[in-house]
Design a protein around this ligand. Structure first.
Ligand code: ADP
Ligand code: MG
Length: 283
């Protein structure tokens, strides 16, 4: 059933020495792992509690098979998987630069150049995933990890696909991170790849001004804002930001799914492709 390399826990312990915790999420723990075969080789292992999956182990396995096929410089590589009675272990490439979330908090906001460079990498990775038929569903700054502590480090997408497994489906996802969720998800309409583009729009907005486009302490009001796609480029925060950046964001945070950019269209936008000035002289 496609779980050839899902063996018992003793096999994880045979190959890896599990060390300190790197992070936690809704239904999992991520720990550092050192190869026993090659001491010094480090990995990240995501340990998922099967109880949290509530009988959805099969869809997790399907998802894992898809994820193992994804290979991209901006996607955290899934290397191998193990399982025992209570847990699933995902051995992943280790990244050491921390969450985008923490760098935003640290920096306040990004310059347009830095934001565009970062968003371009995210779009390239998500475009690749979409070509493989995979929708991330949970793009947010906590799930974007820097490869290294270096200032110039590339960004890596992590934690993909698995949100689908959460019990409660739509509402679980929406309540987890309402600020990034596309209106069609909240409206419980059928949804697809376009939900990732919406989230990338929200992330772009936050990078440029340091605060989210949709916010209300009350989730009902927040949902209403998102459903209408009501957001502003407030003065004075957005006064110095280019029209091109704003145009880019408006095409991503767009309620109409038909009109919302695809990743390819977003990649071709002058704010990302850098064809701003020169494009006028090409033809
Ligand atoms: P969840 O689905 O529970 O949110 P994530 O995959 O987002 O789990 O992982 C939770 C946290 O663990 C991340 O936000 C990050 O801080 C850390 N983490 C996840 N994957 C890695 C990795 N490959 N390398 C280093 N740290 C990681
Ligand atoms: Mg996460």
């Amino acid at each position: 059933n496609g779980s050839k390399d899902c063996a018992d826990k003793s096999l994880v312990d045979e190959k890896y020495h599990l060390k300190e915790q790197l992070g936690t999420g809704a239904f999992s723990e991520v720990r550092l792992a050192e190869s026993k075969e090659k001491p010094g080789q480090l990995f990240a292992v995501k340990i998922i509690d099967k109880k949290a999956l509530k009988g959805k182990e099969d869809s997790l396995e399907n998802e894992i098979m898809i994820l193992r096929k994804l290979t991209h410089p901006n996607i955290v590589q899934l290397l191998e998987t193990f399982e025992d009675k209570n847990k699933v272990y995902l051995i992943m490439e280790l990244v050491t630069g921390g969450e985008l979330f923490d760098r935003i908090v640290e920096k306040g906001s990004y310059t347009e150049k830095d934001a565009a460079h970062l968003i371009r990498q995210v779009l390239e990775a998500v475009d690749y995933m979409h070509e493989q038929g995979v929708v991330h569903r949970d793009l947010k700054p906590e799930n974007l990890l820097y490869y290294s502590p270096d200032k110039e480090s590339k960004i890596m997408i992590s934690d993909f696909g698995l949100s689908k497994m959460e019990d409660g489906g739509i509402m679980a996802t929406a309540c987890g991170t309402p600020g990034y969720v596309a209106p069609e998800v909240l409206a419980q309409k059928p949804y697809g790849k376009a939900i990732d583009v919406w989230s990338i729009g929200v992330i772009s907005y936050i990078l440029l001004c340091g605060y989210p486009p949709f916010y209300d302490e009350n989730d009902v009001n927040l949902f209403a804002q998102i459903l209408k796609g009501e957001f502003e480029f407030d003065s004075p925060y957005w006064d110095e930001i280019s029209g091109s950046a704003k145009d880019f964001i408006k095409n991503l945070i767009c309620v109409n799914v038909e009109k919302r950019f695809s990743c390819k269209q977003a990649l071709a936008h002058p704010w990302i492709s850098g064809n701003e000035a020169s494009s006028k002289n090409i033809h």
